[in-house]
Design a protein around this ligand. Structure first.
Ligand SMILES: Nc1nc2c(c(=O)[nH]1)N[C@H]1C(S)=C(S)[C@@H](COP(=O)(O)OP(=O)(O)OC[C@H]3O[C@@H](n4cnc5c(=O)[nH]c(N)nc54)[C@H](O)[C@@H]3O)O[C@H]1N2
Ligand SMILES: Nc1nc2c(c(=O)[nH]1)N[C@H]1C(S)=C(S)[C@@H](COP(=O)(O)OP(=O)(O)OC[C@H]3O[C@@H](n4cnc5c(=O)[nH]c(N)nc54)[C@H](O)[C@@H]3O)O[C@H]1N2
Ligand code: SF4
Ligand SMILES: [Mo]
Length: 703
């Protein structure tokens, strides 16, 4: 027999403390390097990290599988005679730089676009924004975060003068009196965070879930409201109407800490409860019960996720929920407030440091002369050389092959994840030149002229900012394959080839030190945060304006971040979706996620265990609808919208409204949900309406 189990454990290298590659919870985990040929690195628990206390979902637990060189890109690829073939780094970077330069010389700097991702570390997001503005001199940069939490971000800015997804740590959720969770399926999208909702109820707090489906999350609730998709705005207004009618406004709070109440109150009073019942389909007694639970609690929160946000009225919808918090005094006080559950691994930090079309690092505005002067100073360029704001994500994708003729994609797979995806794939194919930096050969990378294979989470060090605004250090634990380089090295190589020898370092800590200076004095101030501090303190909450500043766990307790310190009510009124069901397309389609897969599935579809758990797309529909169209569970259903047609097996379930079908969006091919979705944009956030469009559903037979 070989050595005892204990000896075997001792022989293995120590696990390195790091964080999950996937969602914004950024669970702490350990990664133990491979012990030799034929072995793979191993993910282990890291119980000391406070947010998840060792718990991981299946995606996190299996994350090391994607480190396997057989599943991922290991060499640069260039297109030769129509085929992607392996090439050396010099050739690939030369070609990429030449391709981008050729388009710029022929059509101008704004013909070159950049598309980033909220999964990129702070260092990468910062370097990518700088690369676009300084090395490419283009205004055309945006990123997939636009598809994610941009409506909540816009509403945050409008009401509070600052956008940090959660203004309090998650631990506060367990101790508040009542939580209204709107359009979040936490049980599938951040399973370890379900603990906070469980503790909330154990502590006597109440949970209300608003979702058209009875999800695994809704099952945990004291009260589940199942509105028609796209009617959250009316629901929140109806609740505010009842708060006023029942005399439950916190007049003192409204007078001392807010502005704009009379107009917001008037707007809410126009939404009669009976009208709201009719619009939402939620019975009036349930709406009343929700108001009672929310107002009876000494402290309370509203938390939203993509359900109410991914709508063409997402910003106003979040605004209505914020109004409810403000009117009842459940904001700017301990254990109370509005929060958005941000989604991507660096969904928070990735929206702060300049990969957004209108933004400079530190959450500064690109149009603000003072911000331009400060950042230009850090970058060593003249402020007037910085381009102005560019197109938003969908508008950028829609312009490909027209005014924008070449594109660099870093950290997104829009062929699967963008709305009206068949059109987006056409636009990508119409480009003069496409470069994709990715870990795997994604559906988008497969269209590229040059594919650059990059290092991923456990193969590189960098910082990410989790959904609480806690800046974390994701450490390198394993060596990458030899022919793989970091995104920072890609940007360095491309910048050098366009004459920028300096300014794009490849060492993440060096980039972070520059980011600290660039963010200093901005809304998202990281200047007091260092790699050393993060490691010692289990993360540091921004804003952190000095090395002796403790960081800011809780925002707004004394004042809001507006000029006068008051939160702003916004008068909002309900309006229909961009596309409502009609005779031709009589059913709502809504889209979202399942627990086993992440986003476009580029990474998780390569993991055997996850594929076994969730092998492909499906259409969730109510038995009544299934019966009407004549399909049984597992039979093929065709779903048609004005954008296209998708086919996937039926999943018949009583957990969904009979007027609505649900599809997850993790797959390409005939079951691709985004073939159907409507790119109607919110006028403020430019968020597409992923969460509802009108469709026809039919039995697809065997066609
Ligand atoms: N397993 C898994 N986890 C993930 C991700 C993933 O891809 N897979 N992605 C991460 C990212 S980037 C994000 S943004 C988050 C998203 O996290 P969530 O927002 O929790 O995920 P979704 O499934 O998109 O949407 C949540 C719920 O909104 C409901 N919904 C649909 N339409 C409406 C509506 O009109 N109103 C309301 N109130 N609800 C509606 C859906 O039924 C769904 O249950 O998850 C993160 N975590
Ligand atoms: N119908 C519908 N569509 C949706 C949504 C929905 O709810 N419904 N949700 C939207 C939301 S919230 C989001 S966030 C988007 C997300 O959709 P995408 O932007 O497509 O996100 P991912 O699938 O995470 O794509 C990330 C890509 O970058 C690669 N990658 C991972 N890490 C790195 C890295 O460090 N560097 C580089 N260069 N590449 C890396 C991955 O392999 C993958 O190919 O989808 C949106 N689309
Ligand atoms: S919940 Fe999110 S961060 Fe945690 S293990 Fe799962 S995917 Fe990773
Ligand atoms: Mo997201």
């Amino acid at each position: 027999m070989s050595a005892s189990p204990q000896a075997a454990v001792q022989d293995r290298p120590a696990a390195v403390d790091t964080h999950c590659p996937y969602c914004a919870l950024q669970c702490g985990m350990g990664v133990r390097p491979a012990t030799g040929p034929g072995t793979v690195p191993e993910v282990v628990e890291r119980p000391a990290f406070p947010v998840n206390q060792g718990a991981l979902c299946g995606k996190g637990r299996t994350a090391a599988a994607v480190l396997d060189p057989r599943l991922r890109l290991t060499r640069p690829l260039v297109r030769r005679d129509g085929e992607l073939v392996p090439a050396g780094w010099d050739e690939a970077l030369d070609r990429a730089a030449e391709g981008l330069a050729r388009v710029r010389d022929a059509h101008g700097a704004d013909a070159v676009g950049v598309f980033g991702g909220g999964g990129l570390t702070n260092e990468k997001a910062y370097a990518l924004g700088k690369f676009a503005r300084v090395a490419l001199a283009t205004s055309q940069i945006d990123y997939n975060g636009r598809f994610c939490m941009s409506s909540a971000a816009a509403a945050h800015q409008r009401a509070f003068g600052l956008d940090r997804g959660l203004p309090f740590p998650l631990e506060d959720v367990a101790r508040t009196g009542c939580v209204i969770l709107v359009g979040s399926n936490l049980a599938e999208t951040m399973p370890p965070a379900l603990r906070y909702l469980r503790e909330l109820r154990e502590n006597g707090g109440r949970l209300i879930v608003v979702d058209p489906r009875r999800t695994r999350t809704a099952e945990q609730a004291d009260l589940h409201l199942a509105p028609r998709p796209g009617t959250d705005l009316a629901l929140a207004l109806g609740m505010l109407h009842l708060v006023v009618a029942d005399g439950r406004v916190d007049d003192g709070f409204v007078a001392d800490r807010t502005s704009g109440w009379p107009e917001a109150r008037a707007a809410a009073m126009a939404h009669w409860p009976e009208l709201v019942e009719r619009i939402t389909g939620v019975p009036l007694p349930s709406i009343r019960e929700a108001v009672r639970l929310f107002c009876d609690a000494d402290s309370a929160m509203v938390l939203t996720a993509r359900g109410p946000e991914q709508q063409s009225k997402g910003t106003d919808t979040v605004g209505a929920w914020i109004n409810l918090c403000l009117a009842t005094g459940h904001a700017g006080r301990p254990l109370s407030g509005y929060g958005c559950l941000t989604g991507q691994g660096n969904g928070q930090g990735g929206r702060e440091h300049g990969q957004k079309a209108d933004q400079l690092p530190g959450y500064r505005r690109l149009a603000d002369p003072g911000a331009r002067a400060h950042v230009a100073g850090v970058w060593g360029v003249a402020p007037e050389t910085l381009p102005g704001p560019g197109r938003s994500a969908y508008e950028l994708l829609d312009a490909l092959g027209g005014e924008v003729r070449s594109l660099l994609v870093m950290g997104s797979n829009p062929v699967v994840s963008a709305p009206r995806a068949a059109h987006v794939a056409e636009r990508l194919a119409a480009l003069d030149f496409l470069v994709v930096a990715d870990v795997v050969l994604s559906e988008t990378a497969a269209l590229a002229d040059v594919v650059l294979p990059v290092t991923q989470w456990a193969e590189e060090t960098g910082t990410v900012t989790n959904l609480e605004g806690r800046v974390l250090l994701r450490r390198r634990a394993v060596d990458p394959p030899p022919e793989v380089r970091s995104d920072l090295a890609v940007l360095h190589g491309l910048a050098r080839r366009s004459g920028h020898e300096k300014g794009f370092p490849t060492d993440p800590e060096e980039v972070f030190e520059e980011l600290r200076r660039a963010s200093a004095g901005g809304p998202a101030d990281y200047s007091g945060i260092s790699y050393r501090r993060i490691a010692e303190e289990d993360g540091v909450f921004w804003p952190c304006p000095g090395e002796d500043h403790p960081g800011t766990r809780r925002l707004f307790l004394d004042r809001f971040a507006t000029e006068d310190g008051r939160a702003r009510f916004v008068p909002v009124t309900h309006r229909p979706a961009a596309e409502e069901p009609d005779a031709e397309y009589p059913v709502y389609l809504t889209t979202g996620r399942v627990v086993a897969h992440y986003q476009s599935g580029a990474q998780t579809r390569r993991v055997a265990e996850l594929n076994a758990a969730a092998p492909g797309p499906f259409v969730e529909l109510h038995p009544r609808l299934a019966e009407r169209i004549g399909v049984a569970d597992g039979e093929r259903v065709a779903v048609t919208s004005r954008r296209g047609r998708a086919v996937a097996p039926a999943r018949v379930s009583r957990d969904i409204r009979p007027d609505t079908v649900f599809m997850p969006f993790h797959w390409p091919g005939e079951g691709r949900a985004n073939t159907l979705t409507n790119p109607a944009l919110d006028p403020t956030s430019r968020m597409p309406e992923f969460k509802l469009c009108a469709v026809r559903v039919e039995a697809a037979g065997r066609d």
